[in-house]
Design a protein around this ligand. Structure first.
Ligand code: FAD
Length: 376
């Protein structure tokens, strides 16, 4: 192990004598260059070749640790371009992260996403699935995140148009465990170990086709359905609709296991109190007092949405946005050999709505009024 001795280091010689390094010089011996250290001992000062001197174990460890820290700091400085402004926890496994990039924010359309990344050597939150084998320290663990939005100013309660803040807001759930036999979740166990002020990497651009631009001019009803954090892009879209003075109905439907998973509930309540055309529906599926589980598919298919609105959303004037769990969406798959399209099981919201005459987006050439974003 190559060790560099420094002035003042306590050292031991091969013969067991202890002393302190006073200085050094480089000398040629037997055709090789060596460091020779001047060492002061109780019995006098002498000169010893580098490989004949030993540092105490704890000092070696401290030196190695300091070197590791230095390497990490320099990797962070080279790779990270943003800081955590705040982390507002809904509970231990769900939080709103505000992240400020070093330079200007990228311009984005409500609904788009960017990426967040942390280096593999960053610590993982305790109680999360262990990585076997551990991720290489120099690997950037990067994932996509929809750009969310607070909608209302924290202090004044005024509407904040999407994109106006100097930070990005992200609504993120901690994936603790990917299940036995599957690789451990890479990023969220590291993200949830961060504190305010910590550094991370943010994508330089925002991207994605899932945006409020998909709405036509004659839109009268906008329904936004999300599973858990699938609500994030809708927060930006809602803010834009309200700031633009959209007068049609806006319905935000969120499904989560428990009511305590509705991270933006307070904001939705305030919006409902202020805008008669704004409706929020929170569907929890695992609270003990739930008599019957209702998912977004059932809420629409069984007529509850029509009841809430007092009319049935029309194909020509309605745009549907769904984001999150692929099972909720049920995106139709095309058989590569036969070209035949079929819906997956269990029943997804796309099948329900296409059964009612609406059409899912199938690329630019075949647009529809049902738009969706799958999170995995
Ligand atoms: C376009 C896009 C936008 C996204 N936006 C968000 C967002 O705003 N907020 C967010 O929390 N996630 C979002 N995701 C998911 C995100 O990219 C990561 O997959 C997620 O944070 C898990 O990362 P991980 O490295 O910890 O786990 P991974 O190793 O990537 O494990 C992936 C597994 O975690 C589970 N999982 C992934 N995302 C979620 C989720 N949101 N809720 C519940 N289980 C999940 C699934 O079982 C999936 O198979 C988005 C994904 C895409 C493709």
């Amino acid at each position: 192990m190559p060790l560099v001795f420094r002035k003042g280091d306590p050292v031991r010689t091969e013969s067991g004598e202890t002393g302190e390094v006073l200085g050094w010089r480089v000398c040629l011996e037997g055709g090789k260059w060596f460091f020779f250290y001047e060492v002061e001992t109780p019995s006098g000062t002498f000169e010893a070749r580098e490989d004949l001197l030993i540092l105490p174990e704890d000092l070696i460890e401290a030196r190695l640790e300091a070197e590791e820290t230095r390497k990490k700091e320099s990797a962070r400085a080279a790779e990270y371009n943003a800081s955590i402004v705040s982390i507002q926890y809904t509970h231990d496994d769900l939080a709103v992260f505000r992240v400020k990039p070093d330079g200007a924010k990228a311009t984005y359309k409500p609904g788009q996403y960017t990426t967040l990344g942390l280096l593999g050597f960053e610590s993982r939150l305790e109680g999360t699935q262990k990585e076997e084998p551990p991720t290489d320290g120099t690997t950037m663990v990067r994932r996509a995140y929809s750009i969310s939005h607070r909608i209302l100013d924290d202090e004044t309660g005024e509407l904040v148009p999407s994109g106006q803040d100097d930070f990005y807001e992200f609504y993120i759930v901690l994936v603790r465990d990917n299940g036995e036999g599957n690789p451990a979740p890479g990023l969220t166990p590291r993200l949830f170990a961060l504190k305010e002020g910590n550094r991370l990497q943010i994508g330089k651009k925002a991207t994605g086709h899932y945006t409020s631009e998909l709405m036509g001019e004659n839109t009268k009803t906008v329904i936004l359905g999300g599973t858990g954090t699938g609500e994030a892009p809708h927060m930006s879209m809602i803010s834009q609709l309200l700031s633009d003075g959209f007068e049609g109905d806006i319905v935000c439907i969120e499904v989560a296991r428990f009511r305590h998973d509705f991270g933006y509930l307070a904001t939705h309540k305030k919006l409902m109190g202020r805008y008669p055309n704004y409706h929020y529906v929170g569907l929890s599926t695992r609270d003990p007092d739930i008599e019957k589980k209702v998912y977004i598919q059932g809420y629409i298919g069984d007529g509850m949405l029509d009841e809430l609105l007092g009319y049935t959303p029309e194909v020509e004037t309605t745009h549907w946005f769904f984001c999150g769990n692929p099972k909720m969406l049920g995106v139709p798959q095309t058989d590569k050999e036969t070209g035949v399209e079929s819906y997956p099981t269990p029943l997804g919201v796309i099948e329900v709505l296409e059964g009612l005459g609406h059409t899912a987006d199938r690329g630019r050439k075949n647009p529809g009024n049902i738009h969706y974003e799958e999170y995995w």
